[in-house]
Write a protein that binds this ligand. Structure first.
Ligand SMILES: [Zn+2]
Length: 234
């Protein structure tokens, strides 16, 4: 369920370089409106407080906006979205266990036992510093995508299918938030999002692995699909 599976830091650095070269392969199409950032005068009716101007602000905002998106989405189809019960920031090895399994350092995950999301705060902050705020707006919506799956049909043959759908849901949430104008994009945001997915891809295409998250290209494609075409395309 974790975002980066078992990727090591070194591999991440290598893939970052790759990202710069091939970020175009899952191109986001369409032109998201160039709206104000939340908190600006234009978006006073934004559903979430905060401006997302720094790391803690972006983390809170990414969670709040994504859950707001899914509440509306469920409502539109006659359902009720069940918000996560906890949003846990942990340090390295002191994360909350999930179903008896200890939390892994340098990861973020959704836990179906207790319906919560947890993230290694130093790890996420490092990604944020390294890759920009897009890191937060990929990782958090991806994990909340698993929280959504848990409330819908969560019956996948392979784990990779679950992971790629969570990427698609993350893209759908971000695209939806941008389209309704509660989340603005800045120059370079889309490249940042794609670079994050690029970096997050599994190094190989091991479909049977329980940790498989998809290759960088697959992750970009599924994220872009949701971003461009919405939830139904996931
Ligand atoms: Zn996942």
């Amino acid at each position: 369920m974790g975002f980066y599976g078992h990727m090591t830091r070194r591999l991440l650095a290598v893939l970052l370089l790759l990202a710069a070269l091939t970020a175009a392969c899952g191109a986001l199409t369409g032109t998201p409106p160039d709206r104000a950032r939340p908190g600006d005068a234009e978006s006073r009716s934004a559903p979430c407080e905060g401006t997302g101007d720094d790391f803690p602000g972006d983390v809170v905002l990414a969670r709040c906006l994504t859950e707001w998106f899914w509440s509306r989405q469920f409502q539109a189809s006659g359902g009720t979205y069940r918000p996560i019960t906890r949003f846990v920031a942990y340090q390295g090895g002191d994360g909350p266990a999930c179903g008896g399994r200890p939390a892994v350092p340098e990861n973020a995950f959704y836990c179906p036992y207790g319906h919560f999301v947890a993230y290694d705060v130093a790890w996420l902050k490092a990604l944020y510093d390294e890759m920009g705020d897009g890191a937060v707006y990929v990782v958090i919506p991806h994990e909340l995508g698993h929280a959504v799956q848990a409330q819908l049909v969560d019956d996948f043959r392979f784990n990779i299918e679950r992971e790629l759908q969570a990427d698609c849901y993350a893209g759908a949430a971000l695209g939806g938030l941008i389209r309704v104008g509660v989340l603005g994009t800045e120059q370079g945001d889309e490249e940042e999002l794609l670079a994050n997915l690029q970096a997050a891809g599994d190094p190989t295409d091991i479909w049977l692995s329980p940790d498989a998250h998809g290759t960088p290209r697959q992750r970009q494609q599924f994220f872009a699909r949701g971003y461009n075409d919405g939830v139904d395309a996931c």
